[in-house]
Design a protein around this ligand. Sequence first.
Ligand code: CUA
Length: 153
Amino acid sequence: MHRLEEIWLTVSCGILIIFMFIVGYQAFALEMGPPSHMETIDPQKVDQTEPFDNPGVFEIGENEYEVVMTMQTFGFTPNKIEIPVGAEVHFTLTSKDVTHGFQVAGTNINAMVMPGHIQKISHTFDEPGEYLVLCNEYCGIGHQVMATTITVK
Ligand code: CUA
């Protein structure tokens, strides 16, 4: 092999190893892994596990709400959500069966909701309106009808 080839091969392999080390260090030592993997739940016992034993919309502070929601083929519980304009909403989500998606059109909410994991995402709804909520992960035969709305008024 040519001397220059050897040098460049060594340099590029060295860079790869350094990058892998940095990513591994961030993920494991600094715990910068995906946050959705931090809280787990037994997907068979969602109905008996707090807070999912009582899904719904809860006022938890001044203009601050928590939406506890389960997702299952092919719907959302609760499936009609109403919140006041300007409210900060904390969604706590899990799936009872397969992987679903939680996307709210017109916002930057877009989360993957996996069985066995608790997904949390917050958003402040500053504009009144009907927000379409879609499942954006293919989850089976009824995937295309899996939708609901959030009414902000
Ligand atoms: Cu649920 Cu697609």
